[in-house]
Design a protein. Structure first.
Lengths: 269, 269
């Protein structure tokens, strides 16, 4: 077992941090800087960008872990796994106590609306949540590697402190998205629901030098309810920070009665 | 654009099929055999097993598509993408009309309870659902490559026919799991909710020939509510086919009020 220095100081809060942009990402460094005063940090992040990995896990090849940094209150590792692998590895193998919090991000790019389903950042938060640990994913609507995160700092501090003191309802984690920075700053925070929307893909069809066809995935997001003021997309478009409480239970309770009417339940033995 | 023969026969139902075990899997072949009489089939599946890929998409390298088979009413392709890539590619590039149904499976292994979050099979169904198409993922609780799917045939036929005639509520798809075959057969169908449970990982720590450490992911499922008779795990353990209506909206509506009380919403401009 890798024994981080933080294991010896039992009294501090223990915060597990990961991301999907890789351990060198500016967003991860920003998140570490904000929460470092709040507890001991165990950071384990992919060795390179693993965007769009969703809840993928690595079952077909081995995972290797590398130590990047170890200093007072901070152990930083990277591995060749996905964000969810990082959380699983930390919880089940690397840490000898359960962290008080799992944080993911700050993602370079939006994870609002249906993007939550593709997001490695939010998958890491959902994985923490599955394990009964308060978990939060943070994302900024700016894909640039040198995105300006300065406006997010105060909000992240507030949200993390509040989560450490109040907790989050079981089976729920938080999907926090920040609008792209502008001179006016953010208007405040809105607690939202996930917008109904989808990505319309435009696969770019190309020929390689051997004249064989290949496709590049590109796409555009379509908001199916642009006027709904209780949605995350509306909040972000109107310069609010959006927080969607997200759950790991995918059951559509409304649909259960509909399907029950199908009368498939006969005993056919 | 690849123009499948099926595009010419506009009157038939068009069914898009994928899986996460790869185009050569027995479960896929079984599913094709069951639904072939019901419409024209476009099958596009990963070229090899992509289990545990969840909702991952391929954004960092190109996708190549290969034609495996083309016959009356059936076009079969494979690609180096994930199950969700397969659905996106078919809907946005390969097909010139919207399919009536998206099917995924039959998966070799369970996708019940929290496994839905890791499953490429169910991600493909959720992707169909995101696109407004009735979608179903089928899984058998048997990981063996030569699993016996014979007991599933009648049920799959019934469920697919019912879906084609009655539809599924918008924003919902079906997660259908079959118990492992036994001599008694299945007891019938239960419409269930997703069991609260999680995977407890046991990363196997090993040394490679160069004496460097690596980890293999293995794990065991823990059911957090083994006695709840309305859950999929209970149904499967008691030899019922389980159907969980699953949704793409991850919002925890119950948690919204809790988080609103945090009073983070002040305008700080």
């Amino acid at each position: 077992m890798i024994k981080p220095t933080l294991v010896e100081k039992k009294k501090e809060k223990l915060i597990l941090i990961t991301n999907d942009d890789g351990y060198q990402a500016k967003g991860l460094k920003t998140l570490i800087d904000v929460v470092k005063p709040m507890g001991d940090l165990m950071v384990i992040a992919p060795s390179e960008s693993r965007s769009g990995m969703s809840h993928a896990i690595t079952v077909k090849h081995p995972i290797r872990v590398k130590k990047i940094k170890e200093e007072q209150g901070l152990t930083m590792l990277c591995c060749n796994g996905t964000p969810v692998d990082c959380v699983k590895l930390a919880l089940n193998k690397l840490l000898d106590r359960v962290p008080d919090l799992v944080l993911a991000g700050i993602n370079h790019g939006s994870n609002s609306s249906a993007s939550i389903l593709y997001s490695g950042t939010m998958a890491a938060a959902l994985e923490g949540c599955l394990n009964g640990i308060p978990s939060i994913g943070f994302s900024l609507l700016d894909y640039s590697p040198d995105a300006d995160f300065s406006g997010t700092l105060k909000y992240i501090g507030d949200i993390v402190r509040k989560t450490l003191t109040s907790g989050i309802p079981e089976g729920t984690c938080l999907n926090v998205n920040f609008p792209q920075e502008n001179k006016q700053g953010f208007k405040g925070v809105k607690i939202c629901r996930q917008t109904r929307g989808r990505w319309i893909e435009k696969f770019d069809k190309r020929k390689d030098p051997q004249q064989k066809t290949y496709y590049w995935l590109t796409g555009e997001f379509t908001n199916l309810e642009p006027d709904a003021e209780d949605t995350d997309e509306w909040a972000l478009k109107n310069h609010y920070v959006s927080i969607v409480p997200a759950q790991t239970d995918l059951t559509s309770y409304k649909a259960i009665d509909h399907i029950k009417k199908w009368d498939l339940s006969q005993d056919i033995r």
